[in-house]
Design a protein around this ligand. Structure first.
Ligand SMILES: O=P(O)(O)OC[C@@H](O)[C@@H](O)c1c[nH]c2ccccc12
Length: 267
């Protein structure tokens, strides 16, 4: 079993526990009480790079990254640094997150929020919106086409933006065919956990220029961000480098507003 398959097994167990405690009908009823979802696309399409800053305590590949006793305080720093969106990892077993983190961050900032998890079931999309998320991640490698489309449509019907994550050419084709406006290229292969920094430049030309590309994983600072921007990224999604620095606001600001040099291939 690949690492991804293994993670999804645990995610399904956890989600069935939550569904037993709170019915889907209850979650749907709660949707009436949340503010309309914020649209992250105008900021992501604007000139100059954007940062999607992640609240991440640990990962299967790196182990412990940061304690983050107060996710809201970290999110405040990200917002102050000019993050276009904030990603909150809600997976519990491997990443040490929870939906409670998302709720806490939502109460603190007005920035668009991404629920970063292994979404495989309608229930998770509904609970994301009910918790105040504005975006959800859909990982192409974890979903068959019918499920990918159903989750994408459900998210759209709730006003959620989907970040559709790919790590090879086949998955990129599936994301493009789906009509995904926001495509994330994850340099970390979730099947092996290896990082391949060249993946972004390989896959970017396969994505039509009207879509917004996000470079995900292994971005350690402005130099990496600039390289991705030159290869066609409008945004970088950064976790580890931001949760480990002493000044997350400054770190976000340093990766924001970068523009591709004239010589870079326009997408
Ligand atoms: O901490 P990094 O290397 O900056 O990576 C952030 C983000 O890309 C990574 O957390 C991630 C990308 N896609 C995911 C899917 C599930 C869990 C986590 C991820």
């Amino acid at each position: 079993m690949s690492v991804l398959d293994d993670i999804v097994v645990g995610v399904r167990e956890d989600l069935e526990r939550r569904r037993a405690a709170r019915s889907e009908a209850d979650v749907r009823a709660a949707l009436a009480d949340v503010d309309a979802a914020r649209d992250p696309m105008p900021a992501l399409r604007a000139r100059g790079s954007s940062v999607i800053a992640e609240v991440k305590r640990r990962s299967p590949s790196k182990g412990h990254l940061a304690d983050i006793p107060e996710p809201a305080a970290l999110a405040r720093a990200y917002a102050d640094g000019g993050a276009a969106a904030i990603s909150v990892l809600t997976e519990e077993r491997r990443f040490g997150g929870s939906l409670a983190d998302l709720v806490a961050v939502r109460a603190e900032v007005d920035t668009p929020l991404l629920r970063k998890d292994f979404v495989v079931d309608d229930y998770q999309v509904l609970e994301a919106r009910a918790a105040g998320a504005d975006l959800v991640l859909l990982i192409v490698a974890a979903l068959d086409d019918a499920t990918l489309r159903r989750l994408h449509d459900l998210a759209g019907s709730l006003g959620l933006t989907t970040l559709v994550e790919v790590h090879d050419a086949e998955e990129t084709g599936r994301a493009v065919d789906l009509g995904a406006d926001l495509v994330g290229v994850n340099a970390r292969d979730l099947k092996t956990l290896e990082v391949h920094p060249g993946t972004f430049a390989e896959l970017a030309p396969l994505v039509p220029a009207d879509r917004v590309l996000v470079a995900e994983s292994g971005v350690s600072g402005p130099g990496d961000a600039a390289a991705y921007v030159a290869a066609g990224a409008r945004a970088v999604l950064v976790g580890e480098a931001l949760v480990r620095t002493g000044d997350p606001a400054a770190a976000v600001a340093a990766m924001t507003g970068l523009v591709a040099p004239e010589s870079a291939g326009a997408r």
